[in-house]
Design a protein around this ligand. Structure first.
Ligand code: NDP
Length: 445
């Protein structure tokens, strides 16, 4: 790492002890930015990086609620409003027991660059809670969401901060959150949340957007080598929103997705994952992946273990951070891996990324490859602002244009900085320069 940036990184690490994922995300970005600072000394003079690594505002709050047995439950809520140089803070809410400040900060930090890469007017933020929605009734989810919003509402707004979904937060949760926001504020402010239901201000394609976008990005990478998804053997991790829609899109392009996972295990279905059955089990019944193995013949369910033990020509990690380590990456490379598209945020460890890049595997980092979700959220905001709603075909066309544009911007930036094919460098520099220019223009804030 450039010595000037290393000193800044060390200060950030010392100032934010115990936040491992945040340290990892900051280190990975700063490692790419040395050449930019040679060309733009004004970024150092303007303390752009020091400001960028310090969130504009961090909110931590108590979320008290009552479970179905009448017991009082207390969770912790977070919203980190990281950077608003390009527009209102924008980023999802995650409900998962692992959520802590360091995880929310890593996600919010990544979100700044991702949102800049989309070319849309949105800043970066993220939030969530250590609440575990698994096994909770609808009524419990609703009471939790209402309590969460009872504090969050005062910090958000269509021109201030616009949350959306992430792990554990889908259409049902966004509905309960929106309802409570409307009730407290007495305003039907559609643009305050994205991922809404289609009949009350949501956008078509938003549920599909992150998974579809990841595959579109990976297809663009494959094209640079004269390849496509057609005939590829694909392994996907996760079986949530991003994973299911990535599977559907990859198979529509002629790939066979042979496996997917949840946090309990994975299924191997050599005939190709049956997306309709998977949706029924995960989205309608809110069941476990194990049921897929029970209901479909010639399918193996492996309890525990890692889906990355399987061979694939394309890997789409779509579950969570640091799920794919260096040893798994080396095994995948040995067995013929061509490309990785990160549907999840930071699913590959730093060691895994190095293995992929050293082996010449096409590697699309999450902040570029999974930007389709937030981009379509911005399209939802556009539709809300103009009180319009677009067709599926039109919205999907916009998503495709945006993903191809992100791919091309990352590729062109990597070329410009002398490292062709390095999408990590391209994404980090491409996103950073846009935000840095805006920060300098807006003065010391
Ligand atoms: P969902 O909650 O819909 O699904 C998450 C999936 O990942 C589930 O299959 C879950 O399994 C699995 N998973 C979650 N945590 C772990 C863990 N610690 N270990 C193993 N498996 C785990 O979330 P999404 O699909 O929305 O999000 C997946 C990833 O994509 C996240 O990294 C998120 O930040 C990222 N992302 C999401 C966007 C969106 O639009 N939703 C946008 C951009 C990025 P189980 O059910 O067993 O917990």
């Amino acid at each position: 790492m450039d010595a000037r940036l290393e000193a800044i990184r060390d200060t950030v690490l010392a100032r934010n002890p115990g936040e491992g994922e945040f340290h990892q995300a900051v280190t990975e970005v700063l490692e790419s930015l040395g050449p930019v600072h040679d060309r733009h000394p004004e970024f150092l003079e303007g303390a752009v990086l020091e400001r960028l690594c310090e969130p504009e505002r961090q909110i931590i709050f108590r979320v008290p609620w009552v479970d179905d047995a009448g017991r009082f439950q207390i969770n912790r809520g977070f919203r980190v409003e990281f950077n608003s140089a390009l527009g209102p803070f924008k980023g999802g809410l995650r409900f998962h027991p692992s959520v802590n400040l360091g995880i929310v900060k890593f996600l919010g930090f990544e979100q700044i660059f991702k949102n800049a890469l989309t070319g849309m007017p949105i800043g970066g933020g993220k939030g969530g809670s250590d609440f575990d929605p698994r096994g909770r009734s609808d009524a419990e989810i609703m009471r939790f969401c209402q309590s969460f919003m009872t504090e969050l509402y005062r910090h958000i707004g269509e021109y201030t901060d616009v949350p959306a979904g992430d792990i554990g937060v889908g259409g049902r949760e966004i509905g309960y959150l929106f309802g409570q926001y409307k009730r407290i504020t007495n305003r039907y402010e559609s643009g305050v949340l994205t991922g809404k239901g289609i009949s009350w201000g949501g956008s078509l394609v938003r549920p599909e957007a992150t998974g579809y976008g990841t595959v579109i990005f990976a297809e663009e990478m494959l094209k640079t080598r004269g390849l496509s998804f057609d005939g590829q053997r694909v392994v996907v991790s996760g079986s949530g929103n991003v994973a299911i829609n990535a599977i559907a899109k990859a198979q529509s392009l002629g790939a066979t997705v042979v496996a997917c996972s949840d946090s309990s295990g994975y299924v191997v279905d050599e005939a190709g994952i049956d997306v309709a059955l998977l949706r029924q089990i995960k989205e309608v019944e809110r069941g476990r992946l194990k049921d897929y193995g029970i209901r479909r013949s010639a399918v193996d369910y492996v309890d525990g273990g890692s889906v990355w033990d399987l061979d694939a020509t394309v890997a789409l990690p779509c579950a969570t951070q640091n799920e794919l380590d260096g040893a798994a990456a080396a095994r995948l490379v040995r067995n013929g891996l061509l490309a990785v598209g990160e549907g999840a945020n930071m699913p590959s460890t730093r060691e895994a990324v190095a293995v992929f890049q050293d082996a010449g595997v096409l590697f699309g980092p999450g902040k570029a490859a999974n930007a389709g979700g937030v981009a379509t959220s911005a399209l939802e905001m556009q539709q809300n602002a103009s009180r319009d709603s677009w067709s599926f075909a039109h919205t999907e066309e916009r998503l495709t244009e945006i993903m191809v544009g992100i791919h091309d911007r990352c590729a062109a930036t990597a070329d410009e900085y002398g490292d062709p094919g390095n999408y990590v460098l391209g994404a980090n520099i491409g996103g950073f320069v846009k935000v840095a220019d805006a920060m300098l223009a807006q003065g010391l804030i």
